[in-house]
Design a protein around this ligand. Structure first.
Ligand code: AMP
Ligand code: GLY
Length: 423
């Protein structure tokens, strides 16, 4: 009998994780809670249980003979879902509440990086407006203002002038735009260079890095518009050399895993390092305690080993095996509801999207429409169209060949995913 796995979450990231698990020859059944109706098109089960009711989730796992749980998003991790599963004797892959602070508190992450000499932008932390304003005026621009705590990727202002930085401080301290997440602010030096994401499977001091990828955080073409959760991604990232990746592994990932163990908060799960390749070598912009979204949608399709076998090995204290293809490029584009990320207008009709063996649709913010089997948009990021091709250029041509033909009133997308790799 194969494994039964439960995935917690509802986005295109969780769709990708569930789809990859379901393709594994050692898996019989994958359920996602709460999931979305787009996932069901791939034979993934969903259940509408509340993710915050940990006691009910424990019962569900036991009643349904689930072998282990994968936790996708950061919020349940921060709320201690892995601690509660562990207390009930359930195997769950992800950091406990203490280790998830690496993402949940930018201040915690920064202090650890400082203590263990992990390269990152110089920073100061403030919990009051006046000294923060004084620091910005004295430091000058460019400068970066970040609300401490979880703000779904939207709590960061990269200010190219002092005015915008002061405005960001006002948003946080006076208008309380990020609620409790803005009670503290981290102000850091601007890092110049290309961004890339380096994710690893982690078990204490041991880790297994994945191929790197690049996200596109701004809403519109040419990196214009507000920061979003991510509008598209591709992997690998040819303009970032293997020497830079090797340096990032040795100066960032390895010491960070060691630091978490040394601090008594060992990390198990997916460690996401958001990095900038500066003239001075790779530096950290952020750590996340989970898979990136949309990076996962282009990285996991490159896995050539059995995801269930790999994670099960980690959960059982054995050495896992993860292997990846080095062939061609994987690239994908988010279709988002009009107005995202500021003022999302829900309800757009989701058309059927033609795919082949080298392309796939991963659904995110969708709900069932009034016609049987139809889907409508019910959130900002609606779905992700992923393709594989021989090169980044070929992947771009293929993905836009699919998307440009769609009738999608009420939705928009970026037309330049992967462009930085082609300059
Ligand atoms: P974060 O939520 O920390 O990932 O920040 C969101 C985005 O802001 C990042 O993806 C970067 O594009 C940008 N950013 C954050 N910190 C810096 C920095 N110190 N220097 C330059 N850009 C940054
Ligand atoms: N794509 C960035 C993130 O998942 O945080």
């Amino acid at each position: 009998m194969g494994s039964k796995v439960l995935v917690i979450g509802s986005g295109a990231r969780e769709h990708t994780i569930a789809y990859t698990l379901l393709k594994s020859p050692t898996v019989d059944e994958v359920t996602v809670i709460p999931g979305n109706p787009g996932m069901e098109r791939d034979g993934i089960k969903t259940s509408q249980l509340s993710v915050t009711n940990h006691a009910a989730l424990n019962d569900y796992v036991k009643d349904n003979g689930i072998d282990w749980v994968f936790v996708g998003p950061e919020v349940p991790l921060m709320e201690g879902i892995v601690d509660d599963f562990a207390a009930a004797g359930i195997k769950a892959f992800g950091p406990n509440r203490a280790a998830a602070q690496i993402e949940g508190s930018k201040d915690f992450a920064k202090r650890l990086m400082e203590k263990y000499d992990i390269p990152t932008a110089a920073y100061r932390t403030f919990d009051e407006l006046a000294p923060a304003e004084a620091y910005v005026r004295e430091h000058g621009a460019p400068i970066v203002v970040k609300a401490d705590g979880l703000a779904a990727g939207k709590g960061v202002t990269v200010a190219m002038d002092v005015e915008s930085a002061l405005k960001a401080l006002e948003d946080i301290f006076v208008d309380h735009r990020f609620g409790a997440a803005g009670a503290k602010v981290v102000i850091e030096d601007f890092l110049d260079g290309q961004e890339f994401s380096l994710m690893s499977f982690v078990d204490g001091e041991n880790f297994w890095p994945m191929p790197i990828s690049q996200d596109h955080k701004r809403a519109y073409d040419n990196d214009e518009g507000p920061n979003t959760g991510g509008m598209g991604a591709y992997s690998p990232v040819p303009q970032i050399g293997q020497d830079v990746v090797d340096t990032a592994i040795e100066t960032i990932v390895r010491p960070m895993c060691k630091a978490m163990v040394a601090e008594g908060v060992p990390f198990t799960g997916i460690l996401y390092a958001g990095l900038i390749a500066t003239a001075d070598g790779p530096k950290v912009i952020e750590f996340n305690a989970r898979f990136g979204d949309p990076e996962t949608e282009v990285v996991l399709p490159r896995l050539t080993s059995d995801l269930n076998a790999g994670i099960t090995a980690i959960l059982e204290g054995r050495t896992p095996e993860f292997t990846w293809t080095d062939k061609g490029a994987t690239l994908g584009v988010v279709l988002a509801s009009d107005g995202y990320p500021v003022n999302v207008i829900k309800g757009a009709h989701v058309p059927s999207i033609p795919v082949d063996e080298d392309s796939h649709v991963y659904y995110a913010g969708v709900e069932a429409g009034s016609e049987p089997g139809s889907l409508v948009a019910d959130s900002g990021r609606v779905l992700f169209v992923q393709v594989h091709a021989d090169s980044i250029k070929a992947a771009q041509d293929k993905v836009y060949g699919i998307i440009d033909k769609l009738e999608i009133p009420g939705m928009f997308y970026r037309h330049d995913i992967g462009a930085k790799a082609l300059k």
